[in-house]
Design a protein around this ligand. Sequence first.
Ligand code: MG
Length: 276
Amino acid sequence: MEHLFLDNTSIEIHREIQTGNIRHVVLDFDGTISLIRDGWQNVMVPMMVECLQQETDTTETQAQLEALVVEFVDRLTGKQTIYQMIQLSEEIEKRGGTPKAPLAYKDEYNRRLLPVVEARIAGLAAGTLTAEPLRVPMSLEFLKSLREMGIHCYLASGTDVEFVKNEASLLGVAEYLDGGIFGALREYKKFSKAMIIQKIITDFELSGDELLIIGDGYVEIENAKAVGAIAVGVASVEANRYNMNADKRERLIRAGADIIIPDFREGAKLLDYLFD
Ligand SMILES: [Mg+2]
């Protein structure tokens, strides 16, 4: 169907849904609530290009390697970070190199990203930075409203769970996530967003329209549609120099998002719609 805007808002309705039954909400973290890791691509891409140059005898140019990396990093965003590192290892192997374990690349990436994230976290902890500009606009207020309505909220992120827990608490959102905070584990096969979603459905014997998934990645939107849940895509703006995710909105629509929002500034109207 041709999409409609909810009256006088920028909330796009792409599919008619059964409203009024939602009891549980699963939210993605980075790009959906948090901007603490915004710009992470500026760290991951150069690191991978460097690995391909140093660990293989490739004759590809810097620009060619960068295009290759940008494509798969972008495509795998939303899954756990390890999957991007697994792809890097495969690309190194394809070019005759002997890759390290994917986890070693992930540790190196986290080590390089740390100063960027740490500066923001230290600023938050010391009170020199306020949390508000590091949250997707009005995401905290949206969560508060959900909890006031008695809706159970969960976080499911592809970032390592210990980072997510710390950052959620610094951003002031942790206390509203009564259902739990879930994230990537070193034993990566023991976590996926799909697994968390399935567990909630099973534990509470939910039908699809009782569960809402909100995220800025196509992964969680696809996960939502696979179980018949309602999916809200957040087409938030990201700062990276590779123009990655420029077609985020279109991608979320392709993945099956029922509703698209730019952020939570019109959260009250979205809630009115979702809960009738
Ligand atoms: Mg995200």
